[in-house]
Design a protein around this ligand. Sequence first.
Ligand SMILES: C[S@@+](CC[C@H](N)C(=O)[O-])C[C@H]1O[C@@H](n2cnc3c(N)ncnc32)[C@H](O)[C@@H]1O
Length: 252
Amino acid sequence: MDGASNWIPRRRIRVAIFIALFFAAVAVMGAVQSPWAFLLLIPAAGASVAAFIMLRIRHQLSAGWQQRIHDLVTDRLALAPDATDTVLDIGCGDASLLATVLRRAPDVAATGIDFWGSDWDYAQTACEARLPDVTFRKMDAGHLDFPDASFDRVTSVMCFHEVPAREGAALPGPLTAVAEALRVLKPGGRFVLIDRFRDTGDYGDPARLDAILAAVDDLRRERLVATLGIPWPLNTKRSLGPVDVLTGRRPV
Ligand SMILES: C[S@@+](CC[C@H](N)C(=O)[O-])C[C@H]1O[C@@H](n2cnc3c(N)ncnc32)[C@H](O)[C@@H]1O
């Protein structure tokens, strides 16, 4: 993988291991008082399985799947090697995707935005050190601080489902983020968006996403796990199972 980051932060795995060890220890100590304490081995086993699956997924991502997803996005962005287009990556994380895009088309004018919150091991300063020619800005994907029609290409990978709804907003946060991505795209500009679009817990009624996408040209909607042949457990419902790749153009 390009870069040392991973979509499964080590912290989450440590928490699951801690929970497993905690319940196992309480079960063994409690068994001195009552054999019923062994029931606490059930949550210990559950947390152990969760930790194992997260470790496995982390390994799969680092062993190449995260990079393959970024390669797919770069293919779908369809930039010529000498392109000078403006490209925006929303929720750019550690800038791995932009690094891949710039290897393919070194002269594009790239911008990456992110929250760089404490949930992730990513930082704006690290992005700036990694790609000094790229503009990085701290920004909310649900409220992009760019005028309409600012970019020739807009992309986002596994960010929108994390965007919270604003108070009193009519749309769930992820749908607002999709609408924002399309708003800042120039007429005729191409977008490539990857997210958990099939997860109704994040996106609500699928008809609302369909209504937003009805306004775009050349829409292509693919299931990521099928397109790339992603294996278990990375292809499961809790991981990349409900993830689609949306490609299209803003109408001229
Ligand atoms: C799973 S990581 C993906 C990072 C990157 N897109 C990649 O492909 O490696 C999700 C990213 O979305 C960012 N993010 C989450 N909510 C956000 C928001 N409301 N605004 C901007 N970025 C956000 C996180 O900080 C994190 O960097």
